[in-house]
Design a protein around this ligand. Structure first.
Ligand code: GLN
Length: 210
């Protein structure tokens, strides 16, 4: 049985552990560098990327985790987890730099934090997800979107146009799920949708394929 870690410094840890276990893998919370040993994959949950950056330093996890990711450890990040997996981060509507966030550089993308702006800073919508048959219900909470992707990054989902996003028209068409090799990221929170583990299963398939 594959063992998948869940970075457990902050954020939606329990929901990812539960979703992974429903997919038939062993889920292990990770707070210390030693707990990275023996993992076949790792999930970085949602939460707050500035806090996660600070805690990675305090727990001496930043460099060990960065190295494991650079070595090809399969990884999945949701929301703040997507921000942490990215190569570069900017902030809000004006795209200012986000100096308080130090991403781990596992995914060749630039991510914009809190991208959706005030009117729709949290919303839910159904969206098509490449590799999953039927639309996925997506919960966005002060979510990022992906501004730029490098070669080798595939787009798995974009925000559909519709009433959920019409208050901020530039949100439609934005990239909200990507994959590069064994690294997957979503701007939304599949772990909050009970009874639907399809995105986690998609990640577990990536893990099993390694
Ligand atoms: N806005 C948060 C951040 O910048 C992410 C929110 C989330 O993970 N739900 O880290």
């Amino acid at each position: 049985t594959p063992v998948v870690g869940v970075l457990a410094l902050q954020g939606g840890v329990a929901e990812h552990v539960a979703a992974l276990e429903r997919c038939g893998v062993t889920a292990r919370p990770v707070r210390r560098a030693e707990e990275l040993d023996g993992l076949h994959g790792i999930v970085l949950p949602g939460g707050e990327s500035t806090t996660m950056t600070r805690l990675l330093d305090i727990f001496d996890l930043y460099e060990p985790l960065r190295e494991r990711l650079a070595d090809g450890l399969p990884a999945y990040g949701s929301c703040a987890g997507m921000i942490m997996l990215s190569a570069a981060v900017c902030d809000g509507g004006d795209g200012a730099a986000a100096p308080a966030v130090r991403p781990l550089g596992a995914l060749d993308v630039t991510v914009r934090r809190n991208a959706f702006g005030r009117q729709v800073d949290s919303f839910e919508t159904d969206l098509d997800f490449a590799g999953v048959d039927d639309p996925v219900h997506a919960v966005f909470i002060r979510a990022p979107w992906v501004d730029k992707i490098g070669d080798g990054v595939s787009v798995l989902a974009t925000v559909p146009d519709g009433p959920d996003v019409s208050e901020r028209s530039e949100a439609a068409g934005r990239i909200v799920a990507v994959q590069q090799g064994a690294v997957l990221a979503t701007a939304f929170h599949p772990e909050l949708v009970e009874g639907d583990e399809r995105v986690h299963r998609y990640f577990v398939q990536i893990v099993r394929a390694r």
